[in-house]
Design a protein around this ligand. Structure first.
Ligand code: KMT
Ligand code: NI
Length: 180
């Protein structure tokens, strides 16, 4: 089984809840791939010495990495950070995350601007393409430990929506139009 994803409902209830529609509208890995999203399943217990992870990093040039712990007791400016992660934005580079413990949701806009929620658990690694509108939230477990990877020196700058004038955004739209 790959990663679980679904179309979100319209409720403005707590962002940490699943927000599935009734009945649920599941999203397959194939649909995610059409949006330029890459996914891998790894063994989080051996992240320090994992040939599969090393291969991905080499092939995709993910040279840089660190590990972040997101929990209210360990993260400075926790509430502020949680809010900013959940503000819809793009980056000019790929956003690459590997969940080592805990869980959380990455929400991405589909080709029709609808929210898809991707439930990330330990062992799940994902790449969001440059220029895709997205956001992140913890789920009701309120904890995630994640490896952040990057192609070269990291630039974390979020460009909040609207950010349609950026080259990365235009290129992403072009990519979607060519594939969908
Ligand atoms: C981000 O950029 O949204 C984050 O780093 C969120 C935490 S990583 C799961
Ligand atoms: Ni982001």
């Amino acid at each position: 089984m790959g990663v679980e994803a679904w179309y979100m409902d319209d409720s403005d209830d707590d962002q940490r809840k699943p927000h599935k529609r009734r009945p649920n509208v599941a999203v397959t890995l194939e649909e995610l791939e059409k949006h330029g999203i890459l996914y891998w399943k790894l063994d989080p217990n051996k992240f320090e010495d994992d040939l599969k992870l090393q291969k991905i990093r080499k092939e995709r040039n993910y040279t840089w990495m660190d590990i972040v712990n997101i929990h209210k007791d360990t993260m400075p400016n926790y509430e502020e950070k949680i809010k900013s992660f959940y503000q819809e934005h793009i980056h000019l580079d790929e956003e690459i995350r590997y969940i080592l413990a805990g869980s959380g949701y990455f929400d991405v806009r589909d080709k029709d601007d609808k929210w898809i929620r991707i439930a990330m658990k330990e062992g799940d690694m994902i790449t969001l393409p440059a220029g895709i509108y997205h956001r992140f939230t913890l789920d009701e477990n309120n904890y995630v430990k994640a490896m952040r990877l990057f192609v070269g020196e990291p630039v974390w700058t979020p460009y909040y929506r609207p950010a349609d004038e950026f080259e990365a955004r235009k290129k992403y739209i072009q990519f979607l139009n060519e594939r969908l």
